[in-house]
Design a protein around this ligand. Structure first.
Ligand SMILES: O=C[C@H](O)COP(=O)(O)O
Length: 249
């Protein structure tokens, strides 16, 4: 069974609501395709204008984060119901920037992943090693731990619909893309890890993205790899070139 590619933009903390509308109007015709799922993960305040602006297009809107409680005294957080109420289908969980600057751990990532599934939101679960870990030769050990904890308590049926984003931290926003071989090797390792946790059918179904300085030049070779099912794109998702990344073939 061929997996449909999923190409997502992670806008991070960029774009005001009015800039959001402008950017989506520019990108809408450029990202039109039936070959891939196209997702724009945007800051919370941009979600509603993004949904409005993308109406009638193939663009799905995702959130960049979500809390794992239903509601209550959690100042500044966004509840899953708030996302589903307006039509959000995806949420990025455990991005390395959330782990580094906002103290997210494998355990909070797991709670958020479970909560996302409970609400029918597809989590894009991020993992990835630091440069030191790569140099120490522990890349796969580290990532396997991240993935195993993130998926604790997740059923095989749920896992089949999940998205994992492999993002080597040293390649994020640095202009240093992992080589195609490095990216394929880790994505293949993640798929094997999913097969160990669940079974071959789940491993075959789950979609694994690569992220880290993806651009329109590197995307075609990366996305042609057998275990790379698309990308999670930061900087290049804010430019018209994102259209070329989406239509990489
Ligand atoms: O989530 C996206 C990644 O952090 C990649 O960002 P980048 O494409 O700007 O390196």
């Amino acid at each position: 069974m061929a997996r449909k590619k999923i190409i997502a933009g992670n806008w991070k903390m960029n774009m005001t609501p009015s800039q959001t509308v402008e950017l989506i109007n520019t990108l809408k015709p450029l990202v039109a395709t039936e070959d891939a799922d196209v997702v724009f993960c945007v800051p919370a305040i941009d979600i509603i204008p993004a949904l409005e602006a993308s109406k009638g297009s193939n663009i799905e809107i995702g959130a960049e984060n979500m809390y794992y409680e239903e509601k209550g005294a959690y100042t500044g957080e966004i509840a899953p119901d708030m996302l589903t109420d307006v039509g959000v289908k995806y949420v990025i969980i455990g991005h390395s920037e959330r782990r580094e600057y906002f103290a997210e751990t494998n355990e909070t990532v797991n709670k958020k992943v479970l909560k996302a599934f409970e609400h029918g939101i597809t989590p894009i679960v991020c993992c990835g090693e630091t440069l030191t870990q790569r140099e120490q030769g522990v890349t796969m050990d580290f990532i396997r731990q991240q993935v195993k904890i993130a998926f604790l308590g997740v059923t095989a049926e749920q896992a089949k619909t999940a998205v994992i984003a492999y993002e080597p931290i040293w390649a994020i926003g640095t202009g240093k893309t992992a080589t195609t071989e490095q990216a394929q090797e880790v994505c293949c390792g993640i798929r094997k890890c999913i097969a160990e946790i669940y079974d071959e059918a789940t491993a075959e179904a789950i979609r694994i993205q690569y992220g880290g300085s993806v651009n329109d030049k590197t995307a075609p070779e990366l996305f042609a790899q057998p275990d790379i099912d698309g990308g999670l794109v930061g900087g290049a998702a804010l430019k018209p070139d994102f259209g070329k990344i989406v239509n990489w073939k």
